[in-house]
Design a protein around this ligand. Structure first.
Ligand code: ZN
Length: 80
């Protein structure tokens, strides 16, 4: 696996849907390095671009489920 991880396409979560979400379900993204143990425990490292602000982000992704994320830069919600 490359250092950057797999690039995934993020899809915006619109405001109407965001209101119904449980904040506990949201996964944070980050712009720096991830703690390795944390990545292995929860999935694999992937990268994406925020569909709201275009920021380059890293996240811990899962191949089995869609997760909902918050952008580390603008706080926008998206899924991937
Ligand atoms: Zn953003």
């Amino acid at each position: 696996m490359s250092k950057e991880g797999k690039v995934k396409t993020a899809t915006k979560i619109e405001a109407e849907e965001a209101k119904k979400l449980d904040p506990k379900e949201l996964v944070k993204t980050f712009s720096g390095e991830a703690a390795e143990g944390e990545v292995e425990a929860q999935g694999y490292l992937c990268t994406t671009y925020c569909p709201w602000c275009g920021s380059y982000l890293r996240a811990i992704c899962s191949s089995e489920v869609y997760r909902r994320y918050t952008c580390a830069a603008c706080g926008g919600l998206f899924r991937m």
